[in-house]
Design a protein around this ligand. Structure first.
Ligand code: GDP
Length: 496
């Protein structure tokens, strides 16, 4: 659908298809009332009042004619027609334009759930003059009819697709207009500067050009405002896409136990034969942000001979390398009761340029014996009982995957390290499209700032300021093309 298309009447099932108590069919457009009048037994509507009655097919194919027509006729006088069958007993909610989700006349039919009744009713609605809605078309109409701006429309998609309850909560803030208001404030600041520059250019005799110092000051303020909106961008993206956290470490240090402890699972570990290819384990952990936890647990030291152990070690390193690439953060686990040995160090070496947390596992054994048992001598012996945290990581967590001691602290640290700000403090979320618009606006203002510092002609400066304004208009949807709009609403589901 193009922005300029006429708005015909659309319909769709708004609830998920499947078993359920209630199903909802939504109709929006000029013909919404006309259609419902043809198929509903009780079609005298008043604003803000729902009607109870039956959905009736007044023109069914003969095979479906019901023998119950007479009893139905007694309960509710039926619309015109020869053969009539009851489709379902329903509640109908009328919304008169412009006081509806889309801004048009809207009818919502609440029927019994399940697959067939909702489909039968939708088919009947389509047969009587509606067209099947495209993905996100209801929300698109809400946007085009100015019931919401684009950031609010995008929030609707975020709410529907949210993977965690925290993300749903912050998306609702966007729907209520938090991001929209922030952007409008920045837009107003830019607009004020642009007005002053333009007035000076257009009416040089009456209005003085703004001082360059004033412009520099204003542009710096605007850049700070944009930066503050962008500061949660990384957290927003992680909220949306989730983060990958990989657990690495040599065999038997407790990686699988930690995996289970973090997930509060007692999941059986797949024990494969050393040396064969195996899958890494993945589970989703809800830390407010969705975290995919990846365990390289299948790698176990089951071989007897030294060659076998080397092979296992080798596989361990290979697995670590593969999963490291996709990880946003790595949990490096070692057995604190034994100390860090050269094998541990080989794994740790891979993490030099990777965000990671060092997990000192088996702390319960330390409590039993405050002085770890003497470290084994010779090749591969532990040569450092505590990790040099300055060199390898900014944080170390001591815990026991067995007793659960310290696991909560690790979860907190994990959230802190994955996000650039605490998700609980996030006032609003941005998506990559919005971030792109904000960056464009910021670049333009930075250009304007530079030009002001160089005391360039204000005519030239105004070009950059206008570009910044346009970038923000693109964000809110004031200025938008069909392509961008279609791309946004393609990510919706049908019926929304
Ligand atoms: P992985 O090979 O690194 O995945 O290690 P596992 O999770 O399979 O653990 C190896 C052994 O260490 C098992 O016998 C676990 O029960 C034990 N283990 C794991 N974590 C702890 C812990 O915190 N304390 C103690 N005492 N034992 C642990």
């Amino acid at each position: 659908m193009n922005i300029t298309d006429e708005f015909d009447t659309i319909a769709a099932i708004a609830t998920p298809i499947g078993m359920g108590g209630v199903g909802v069919i939504r109709i929006s457009g000029d013909k919404a009332f006309e259609i419902i009048e043809k198929i509903f037994s009780n079609p005298k509507f008043e604003p803000r009042k729902f009607n109870h009655g039956w959905i009736i097919d007044t023109n069914p194919s003969p095979a479906f004619l019901s023998i119950e027509q007479d009893s139905l006729q007694e309960q509710h006088p039926l619309p015109q027609g020869e053969g009539k069958i009851k489709i379902d007993e329903v509640i109908v909610l009328p919304f008169f334009a412009p006081n509806s989700y889309t801004g048009e006349d809207v009818i919502e039919i609440q029927c019994h759930g399940g697959i067939n009744v909702v489909r039968n009713i939708l088919n009947l609605v389509l047969k009587n003059g509606a067209r099947m809605a495209e993905k996100g078309e209801f929300t698109k109409r809400a946007f085009l009819n100015k019931r919401m701006d684009l950031s609010q429309a995008e929030a609707v998609a975020d709410i529907i697709h949210s993977k965690t309850s925290e993300f749903a909560k912050v998306s609702v803030k966007n729907l209520s207009g938090v991001l929209k208001n922030k952007i409008n404030d920045i837009r107003n600041e830019i607009f004020e500067v642009l007005s002053k520059i333009t007035a000076g250019i257009d009416f040089p005799e009456d209005v003085k050009e703004p001082e360059y110092e004033y412009l520099i000051d204003k542009f710096n303020t605007i850049i700070n405002s944009i930066n503050s909106v962008l500061s949660g961008a990384n957290t927003s993206n992680i909220f949306r896409q989730g983060a990958s956290v990989t657990i690495v470490g040599k065999p038997n240090v407790g990686k699988s136990s930690l995996f289970n402890a973090l997930l509060s699972l007692d999941r059986a570990i797949v024990t494969d034969i050393a040396g064969t290819t195996r899958d890494v384990l993945r589970e989703t952990l809800d830390l407010g942000i969705p975290v995919t936890l990846i365990d390289t647990a299948g790698i176990r030291d089951e071989g007897e001979g030294a060659n076998e152990i080397n092979k296992v070690e080798q596989i361990g390193i290979e697995y670590s390398k593969q999963t490291l690439d996709e990880a946003d953060l790595v949990l490096f686990v070692y057995d604190a009761s034994k100390g860090l040995d050269s094998e541990d160090k080989k794994v740790l070496e891979l993490l030099k340029n990777k965000k990671h947390i060092i997990v000192e596992n088996k702390s319960d054994l330390l409590k039993l014996s405050p002085h770890p048992s003497p470290l084994p001598q010779g090749e591969g012996a532990a040569d450092n009982a505590s990790v040099n945290t300055d060199k390898f990581a900014s944080h170390t967590v001591k815990l026991s995957a067995l007793t659960g001691d310290g696991v909560q602290e690790l979860k907190q640290e994990l959230t802190k390290r994955v996000c650039d700000i605490n998700p609980e403090n996030l006032e609003f979320v941005t998506n990559t499209r919005q971030q792109e618009c904000l960056r464009k606006a910021k670049n333009s203002i930075e250009q304007a700032l530079l030009a002001s510092q160089l005391r360039e002609l204000q005519d030239l400066i105004s070009i950059d300021v206008k570009s910044a304004l346009l970038a923000l208009d693109e964000l809110t949807g004031e200025l938008i093309t069909d392509d961008i709009l279609n791309n946004i609403f393609d990510h919706f589901c049908i019926g929304k």
